[in-house]
Write a new protein. Structure first.
Length: 286
């Protein structure tokens, strides 16, 4: 096992009386994509803020690249990339000007701005003001910004939230490429497909606590229940019946469904991460 790039032990944070993060612990290895999956208010952003030095944990400890983090740590910051909300961009400046500005903040003398903008497919709009960009384009620029210092650790808060499928895929490809080059990636999402597609391991978070940390495959294998959806025509009505497949009564249930009318389609489905999340936490992701 390699030394973790991110190591978190029992961190806690409350906003006044509102407990947001309740003693969570985890490690992320170099090259690993670690997904935080949880609904609104679960504590994802608060955790990322503690990891990136915007908030100081009230308890517990964080180590990034072997260095302790308690609030802002310049040596750690130089080696991390952060992608939060698009509001961190300067709208009156172009993409090139934004990236030059952020490179300057990091003390990077000769940033490969063309290479970065090509990577996020914005080179053809590089000189346009960011105020004329779509949400997806701004998000891609944020990603380029997060990569400007060639970070060993990447923190991404809902990186594809609200994006069209093409922009979302572009962002996912970049994340996977960076991880394959050795970066440790921590991302938050409330989208189970995103967590499933991207993460090597996923942590289920709800009310500031972890309910599971595992690979998506293992979670589905351990807790997932398969089901069959049978669409039948009964007279003029079309009905959809969902039959669980891993129960003693499954055979009988299927027989009844198939016999209840003219069968139009039968599909089998694996449990989704959301099904398992609901089973474990008692609440959904939306
Ligand atoms: P979202 O997906 O909506 O961003 P999240 O999982 O990132 O949710 P957090 O933003 O970390 O969740 O919020 C965790 C808890 O802390 C919630 O109960 C939230 O209301 C509360 N909280 C977050 N920020 C503040 C704040 N600045 N002041 C008071 N309470 C806050």
């Amino acid at each position: 096992m390699s030394t973790p790039a991110i190591s978190v032990s029992s961190i806690r944070y409350s906003y006044g009386k509102q407990l947001a993060v309740d003693g969570i612990s985890f490690d992320v290895s170099p090259g690993e994509i670690f997904g935080f999956l949880g609904p609104n208010g679960a504590g994802k952003s608060t955790t990322i803020k503690m990891l990136t030095g915007q908030l100081i944990p009230q308890d517990g400890s964080i180590t990034i690249l072997g260095m302790p983090v308690l609030g802002h740590n310049r040596d750690v910051h130089k080696r991390m990339g952060v992608c939060f909300e698009e509001k961190n961009l300067y709208l009156q400046m172009s993409a090139v000007e934004n990236l030059k500005f952020f490179a300057g903040l990091h003390g990077i003398k000769d940033p490969d701005i063309k290479g970065l903008l090509q990577q996020v497919d914005l080179w053809n709009r590089a000189k346009d003001r960011v105020s004329s960009y779509s949400k997806g384009m701004r998000q891609r620029l944020m990603m380029a910004r997060a990569l400007i210092n060639d970070p060993e650790v990447l923190f991404l808060d809902e990186p594809t939230d609200g994006l069209d499928p093409v922009s979302a895929k572009a962002i996912r490809d970049i994340i996977q490429k960076r991880a394959s080059q050795g970066a440790a990636v921590l991302l938050t999402t409330h989208d189970m497909n995103e967590a499933d597609k991207l993460s090597d391991r996923v942590a289920f978070i709800n009310e500031g606590k972890f309910y599971a940390i595992d690979t998506p495959e293992h979670l589905k294998l351990l807790h997932g229940k398969r089901s069959a959806t049978v669409r039948v025509k009964q007279g003029d009505e079309i009905t959809e019946l969902r039959i669980p497949l891993d129960e003693d009564v499954s055979g009988e249930g299927l027989k009844q469904a198939v016999g209840s009318g003219e069968v139009l389609t039968i599909h089998t489905e694996e449990a989704t991460l959301e099904d398992i999340f609901i089973a474990m936490t008692g609440r959904g992701l939306q």
